[in-house]
Design a protein around this ligand. Structure first.
Ligand code: CO
Length: 176
């Protein structure tokens, strides 16, 4: 497939609600494969399609822990959640920016797998957190939106610098 690149903040697609996927076909699975590659390249554990410039409700996850599978989730939705816990998060679209976020501790998520089969997964802890973070991406929400006021203020300067760097890089791309 065409070369794909990670979209960094403030790429406009990161703020859009991603489109529902109608067909689970070979092209979609190929896209998921490319997403795994770019995610591994940047040492991430999850990636959502808008982060590669694609408006599609598709995400990939791989915590890279022994005995845990990787996941391709198509049209995922959280059907129930329980508890809450705070932990530090980062995002490949916001490199080097981190902050503590509150998320549900346990979730149940319904999705289509890479064969187009309906699945339900009950999970907790880091995987539950990663799924919530990636589903946020499908709704145009970034983790920095969920920081409390003080935490947001602490990274505000970094966010501004990232926005400038992204704009500069895109200007170069169009010029060259
Ligand atoms: Co992210």
């Amino acid at each position: 497939m065409a070369q794909i690149r990670l979209v960094t903040y403030p790429g406009p697609i990161l703020r859009k609600r991603a489109k529902l996927i109608e067909n689970v076909d070979g092209k979609l699975i190929e896209t998921a494969g490319a997403m795994f590659e770019i995610m591994f390249e940047h040492s991430g554990i999850g990636l959502a399609a808008p982060q590669i410039g694609l408006s599609a409700r598709l995400l990939v996850l791989d915590l890279r822990r022994e005995g845990e599978p990787d996941y391709v989730m198509i049209n995922p939705r959280i059907t129930s959640h329980e508890g809450s816990f705070e932990a530090e998060e980062g995002c490949l679209s916001l490199p080097e920016i981190f902050g503590d976020i509150n998320r549900a501790e346990r979730i149940e998520v319904a999705y289509l797998d890479r064969s187009g089969e309906e699945r339900t997964l009950e999970t907790e802890g880091l995987l539950a957190r990663a799924i919530q973070h990636e589903i946020d991406h499908l709704n145009g929400v970034l983790f920095i939106d969920r920081l409390d006021k003080a935490a947001r203020k602490a990274v505000e300067q970094q966010i501004r610098e990232l926005a400038d760097a992204t704009k500069e890089r895109n200007a170069d791309k169009h010029a060259g």
